[in-house]
Structures are given as C-alpha cells and as structure tokens.
Design a protein around this ligand. Structure first.
Ligand code: ITT
Length: 205
C-alpha cells in the first residue's frame, strides 16, 4: 500500500518520512506521483488547513494522503505568525522571515520570549476515515540564529526542555522531541492498528 506524504516543503517531507519510515507502507511524495498543484489554505486553524490539504491530495491522487499544517506561535506577538508562518510578512525566504521575527521581538526581554511550535497532521483514506492529531513543542525565541540544521524557524527556536535550538540538533534528535514527532507518533499508532483491524473508523485509540 502507498501512503502519500502530501507536502511541498522539503524539510517537512524529510522529517515525516523519517518518523513514519517503519510503517508497513510505501511512502511516496507529491513529486513521486507527479503532483505540483497546491491548495489554498483558507482554514482558520492548523487542524482545518491540514484537513483541507489531506482531502485535496487524496482526492486528486486516489491515495491515502497525510498532510501537515504547522507553525510558530509567539506569545509576545499575540500568537503570530501562527497559521501564517510560511508566508510571514509576505517574505520569500526563511532568512527574511527570521529577520522580521527577530526585529519584531527586539524589545522583548528574555523571560517574555516564550513561543511554541504547533503541528496538526491529517490523514485521509479514500472512501474511508479521516483522522487528525496535534503536537506542540514549547520554547523561547533566541536573539539571533543559532545552528545550521533543520529548516524554517529552527535556528531561532530554543527548545525549553533541551536548552538548545532545533537547528543545533541532529535530525534524529529533533524527530524525537518536535511538535511534528508528537503529532505523528499518535497517527502512527492509529495507522498500525487500522492496518491490523484493531480500531474502527473513528480512529479512537
Ligand atoms: P505545505 O503546505 O506544502 O506542507 P508549507 O511550508 O506551506 O508546506 P505550512 O503552511 O504548514 O506549510 O507552513 C508551515 C511553516 O511553519 C513552515 O514553512 C515553516 O516556516 C514553519 N515551520 C513548521 N514546522 C517547522 C519546524 O519543524 N521547524 C521550523 N519551522 C517550521
């Protein structure tokens, strides 16, 4: 059985494939199945946008599709950039978005620099169930980028429980503590049980 990892973001794709790699399915990407068309993310929450993406890509490919909608919520900025993290400030690169974030945070003192990453994943089976799971990771926004690994806002997100940024961690380590890992671990249990006939459509564990 093939399972589509429905994201155009290479960083996410790598992480999802690493975390889901031991499922008894063949993981395929949008590129593998020749899909380039995007979908408008018109939802007002991470969960809604993940569902929009998973439904769209499952419908056009006929495959079970797993989509991820994620972002960074910064308390001092009222939860921004949130669901707009990929398009923050209308800027085109991770470097520019990080620079904008640090600029908006420049007057914010250390203890008030709290933030969290949120990840919603949605899995849609054609003609079958649709499941969503959510993962978060708590941290602080640094004053300048630290580390070179990962993608997106990783260099400015210091993971509270680890005392270092995501960009300072090996991919394996990030994939054991991240918001995405938390959301996907729950989804993985569901998929395994579903394939073994141990849960019903509700996906309740
Ligand atoms: P798809 O919709 O094709 O999956 P996207 O990048 O547009 O790709 P989102 O709309 O979910 O996806 O935006 C998520 C953004 O949040 C992403 O582009 C990063 O800027 C940021 N982000 C999410 N998870 C992250 C992580 O683990 N590390 C760093 N930044 C992350």
């Amino acid at each position: 059985m093939r399972l589509l990892i429905a994201t155009g973001n290479e960083g996410k794709k790598r992480e999802c494939a690493a975390i889901l790699g031991d499922l008894p399915v063949e993981l395929v990407s949008l590129r593998d199945v020749g899909v380039t068309a995007g979908v408008e993310e018109t939802g007002s929450s991470f969960e809604e946008n993940a569902a929009l993406k998973a439904r769209h890509y499952s419908r056009i490919t006929g495959l079970p599709a797993l989509a991820d909608d994620s972002g960074l919520e910064v308390q001092a900025l009222g939860g921004e950039p949130g669901i707009y993290s990929a398009r923050y400030g209308g800027l085109d690169s991770d470097e520019e978005r990080i620079a904008l974030l640090l600029d908006r945070m420049k007057a914010v003192p250390g203890p008030e620099r709290t933030a969290r990453f949120v990840c919603a994943v949605c899995l849609v089976w054609p003609g079958g169930p649709e499941w969503t799971s959510l993962g978060t990771c708590e941290g602080l926004i640094t004053r300048y980028p630290v580390g070179t690994a990962g993608f997106g806002y990783d260099p400015v997100f210091l993971v509270r429980s680890e005392g270092r940024t995501f960009a300072q961690m090996s991919p394996h380590h990030k994939n054991s503590v991240s918001h995405r890992a938390r959301a996907l671990r729950e989804m993985k249990v569901r998929v395994k049980k579903w394939l073994q006939g141990q849960i019903d459509r509700s996906g309740e564990l």
